[in-house]
Design a binder for this molecule. Structure first.
Ligand code: CO
Length: 137
């Protein structure tokens, strides 16, 4: 089965101070978050800023010992991942496995907005952490 990317769902940006980052996006670009929630499964508080048909996702780690916490420690604030929307995350993961892709998540896990998500390792393609997102139907 082929994977079909439906949309560039969001770009994820790691920040140390979510309120300060939201103030910056409001002042510079006039955008307000449509969602803001703690996603314990990912160890983050996230805010989603709508931009056209996609989002900027601001991520604040809940603790230093989380994936985004370690990213901030090592790399500082900045672009963390790119997320593609797919119709079926199972079909997408099957396709990636057939391709021999280096997956971080072998099975989907819960993300924000009630979505199911899975990450593909940055070493798999172009040094970019890729997130696949299936929104609830
Ligand atoms: Co994301």
């Amino acid at each position: 089965m082929l994977v079909k990317l439906l949309n560039l769902d969001h770009v994820g940006i790691a920040v140390t101070d979510l309120n300060r980052a939201l103030d910056g996006y409001r002042e510079r670009y006039g955008v307000e978050p449509l969602y803001r929630e703690v996603v314990a499964a990912q160890g983050v508080e996230e805010a989603m800023l709508p931009v056209g048909g996609s989002f900027v996702q601001l991520l604040r780690p809940l603790a230093a010992d989380t994936p985004v916490g370690r990213f901030l420690e090592k790399r500082g604030e900045g672009l963390h991942h790119v997320a593609f929307m797919v119709a079926s995350i199972e079909i997408a993961l099957d396709h990636m496995r057939e391709q021999g892709a280096r997956l971080i998540d072998e099975v989907a896990r819960p993300g924000g907005r009630g979505a199911r998500i899975a990450f593909v390792h940055p070493a798999d393609l172009g040094g970019t952490l890729i997130e696949l997102v299936e929104l609830p139907g």
